[in-house]
Design a protein around this ligand. Structure first.
Ligand SMILES: [Zn+2]
Length: 750
């Protein structure tokens, strides 16, 4: 009989319990036992909730204290040598994630094309792997003690190696496969001994362009792992298998999961290639967006699979882990009923999976209420007048010049004449510490405890404090500190038409960090200036250049839940026009340096190279639409972080920002090589301070990084800045680190 399955549940908790427990533990306010108790309670609650929703196959080991790729590195004993002396497992784990005074953290990067960040495994030539199976075994037992036989989730060996970084020249991580597979086989045997019937092995790289080495690695790994223990459900998501369909369906595993939300077109090819001994799990409920599923459309898709392979080999599931979805729509008491009726969060998605499964088992009538509610919601959504704004659509259809008035060389001269900055100018990326006081004031204001005048006075005082600190430190280009902003996307979305906000719609970004993506439900426009008030106020306090701070259209799009009734490019262009209006308002107010952050431009890149060109064309054009209206002597900055730039250098150059700041310190300036090899024409600020770690870098560290940068980039093109914004740091670290940063620039000038 067809069964319902889930592939992973959000870890963080409806009220971000995990975040609070982690941060309390890191501060030393609570011990490891308290942290593990909270984590255990979350797991138990989430298992119960999936069981109550009627999900037949419930995952375990999908939970993680920080990140599942880091968990996998620990599982297989890939501990970088610099952490080798740390005996306590919790301390070791968090040292790898966050660094210590003695050892910098491991690198972090985006999980495929999501806004979730994973810790990049580090591998050495001759790497030994050894199994530490405590976590998957313990979680399996924990669920069993609650009466649930779960399907453990393990990140597959080929994806693990493909995501890893070789720390020795000439090493291809895939060369280490032969040492890794026995460790997985050992794990699978132990899971089988515990009673696990199935194991979900995630191999999302199967939706990417694979090298011959990766293809061979799949064949080698699964020849052994397919019969090493429990039955293997090989799980793919985020895209179609395309040219990997034959490879994947031929692997000797018991089942396959495919994403039919991102790639419904792959169903027929997979069905015709699927051997008769394999089950198929069809992902028909979107694990990555918040729109309610059109159950009739999903049922039709599932029905095609049923017709081809019958009921007994079929599982119905979300498209991917629900990790990327908020927990529970029922907690949203602030959304209006109409909007709410269009949405589904993780809990509701489980209900959708269960309803679809019931309909397949017993006929649509058995899940009549769910199907009727879905159909009514889908019809009402399509017809709603809240979504369509003819004036916005008409403006977006107009043609607007995307080039700046003059080429960079000319603009540069005019900007130099206007600002007179020294060599190696110093700046920060925008935000300053969001201290407890800042968060409390915002919360008091939102609750109505603090009135507008009181809140404004508080923000003015904080902004002035930040300006004075920057002046005392001797920074060249100042920022206002963004104390009025909760989040770099939410702040803008709240002021734009076409956006809605949840109260509890948190999703994990990395570790304890969560974001609450806005919901773009309709046509986007800017009713009034968004940042002018605080940028102008800050500029009035100082003679030094004050940088205006904006989030770019691609990043706003990428970090929101986006409507699916029109192409993303169209929604992005509407946002680009709104940002363009803001840029021009800032310029008119005398703000001569304006930063338009696009940290998410790279992560929006399609997973398959064949699809890159089309995306980059519209993404770069939306940035240029936002930036191109200003005069030559207005300096446009952009900022990007946590991305490999090598593959999109031409697109970054086409954005034509006068200055780009990038995250480079964690990778020891390796990311900068792309800019140097490409002969990037404009100015660059390579980050010299890894702001995701509490470690205060010394001046010598920063100088060494800058000297390394100057080997590949002309010195008169270099800026000195941190990797990213400073909102998560505390003032003492910020002051100490920025003092080193300014001293670094002075030493370089000398
Ligand atoms: Zn950044």
């Amino acid at each position: 009989m067809t069964r319902s399955a889930n592939l992973g549940f959000p870890r963080i908790g409806l009220h971000r319990e995990l975040k609070k427990a982690l941060e309390s533990y890191w501060k030393g306010d609570s011990d490891a036992a308290a942290l593990h108790a909270t984590a255990g309670a979350l797991r138990a609650r989430h298992w119960a909730l999936q069981h109550e929703a009627g999900i037949d196959i419930i995952p375990s080991n999908d939970f993680s204290l920080y990140d599942h790729v880091l968990d996998t590195a620990v599982l297989v004993g890939a501990i970088p040598p610099r952490f080798a002396g740390i005996a306590d497992p919790d301390q070791l784990y968090f040292a790898m994630a966050r660094g210590t005074d003695a050892a910098p953290a491991m690198e972090m990067t985006k999980w495929f094309d999501t806004n979730y960040h994973f810790i990049v495994p580090e591998l050495h030539a001759g790497q030994n792997f050894s199994l530490t199976p405590d976590k998957p075994l313990a979680h399996y037992r924990e669920a069993r003690a609650l009466g649930l036989a779960t399907r453990p989730v393990i990140l597959g060996p080929v994806t693990f190696l493909s995501l890893a970084k070789a720390k020795d020249d000439g090493l291809d991580p895939l060369d280490l496969l032969d040492g890794l597979v026995p460790v997985y086989a050992d794990l699978f045997a132990r899971l089988a001994a515990e009673g696990a019937e199935w194991v979900q092995v995630d191999e999302p790289v199967l939706a990417l362009d694979l090298s011959d080495g990766q293809k061979a690695a799949f064949e080698t790994a699964y020849a052994r792992l397919g019969k090493a223990g429990p039955k293997v459900l090989l799980t793919t998501y985020f895209g179609a298998l395309r040219d990997n369909t034959g490879l994947t369906t031929a692997l000797p595993v018991a089942g396959l999961h495919i994403d039919l939300v991102r790639a419904p077109e792959q169903l027929d090819a997979v069905l015709s290639a699927l051997p008769a001994d394999k089950i198929l799990s069809v992902g028909v409920v979107d694990g990555r967006n918040i729109w309610r599923t059109d159950l009739d459309a999903a049922l039709a898709l599932v029905g095609r699979a049923w017709d081809s392979i019958g009921p007994d080999r079929l599982e119905i599931a979300p498209s991917c882990s629900l990790l990327h979805s908020p927990v529970d729509l029922d907690a949203e008491t602030g959304l209006d009923a109409e909007l709410k009726s269009w949405l589904a969060f993780a809990r509701q998605k489980l209900d959708e999976v269960a309803a679809l499964t019931l309909a397949m088992q017993q006929g649509r009538g058995a899940a009549k209420a769910a199907f009727e509610a879905s159909a009514a919601s889908i019809a009402a959504h399509k017809a709603s007048a809240r979504i369509h704004k003819p004036a916005v659509v008409a403006r977006a259809a107009q043609s607007i010049a995307l080039d700046r008035a003059s080429p960079f060389a000319t603009r540069r001269q005019r900007q130099r004449a206007r600002f007179g900055l020294p060599a190696y100018p110093t700046t920060t990326i925008g935000s300053f510490p969001q201290t407890r006081e800042v968060r409390e004031a915002r919360a008091a204001f939102r609750k109505g405890v603090l009135d507008q005048a009181g809140y404004d006075a508080f923000l003015e005082a904080e902004t002035e404090k930040a300006v004075r600190i920057q002046e005392e430190l001797g920074l060249d280009v100042l920022v206002h500190g963004e104390f009025e902003r909760n989040d770099m996307v939410e702040y803008f979305g709240e002021q734009l038409d076409g956006f809605a906000f949840t109260r509890n719609g948190w999703v994990q970004s990395y570790g304890s960090r969560c974001v609450k993506p806005p919901v773009i439900y309709g046509d986007v426009s800017r009713p009034a200036p968004m940042t002018l008030r605080w940028s102008s106020f800050a500029a009035s306090l100082t003679d030094r250049p004050m940088k205006g701070m904006l989030t770019g259209p691609v990043t706003i799009l990428q970090w929101s839940f986006v409507r699916v009734d029109q192409p993303r490019s169209q929604t992005c262009r509407q946002i680009g026009l709104a940002i363009r209006d803001e840029v021009l308002d800032l310029e008119k107010a005398g703000i001569g340096i304006i930063q338009i952050d696009e940290p998410a431009l790279r992560e929006g890149l399609p997973l398959r190279q064949a699809d890159w060109g089309a995306y980059l064309r519209w993404a770069v054009d939306c940035f240029r639409l936002a930036a191109s209206g200003v005069a030559d002597d207005t300096q446009i900055h952009t900022h990007m972080c946590y991305a490999e730039f090598n593959d999109i250098m031409p697109a970054i150059a086409e954005m034509d920002a006068d200055v780009i700041s990038i995250e480079t310190s964690r990778s020891d300036m390796e990311l900068l090589e792309a800019f140097s090899t490409f002969n990037y024409p404009n100015e660059i600020g390579p980050g010299v301070w890894d702001i995701h770690s509490p470690r205060v870098p010394g001046q010598a560290d920063m100088e060494a990084l800058m000297r390394k940068a100057a080997e590949g980039i002309p010195a008169d093109h270099l800026w000195v800045n941190p990797d990213c914004g400073l909102k998560t740091r505390a003032w003492p670290e910020v002051k100490a680190s920025l003092a080193h940063l300014v001293a670094t620039a002075r030493a370089l000038r000398a």
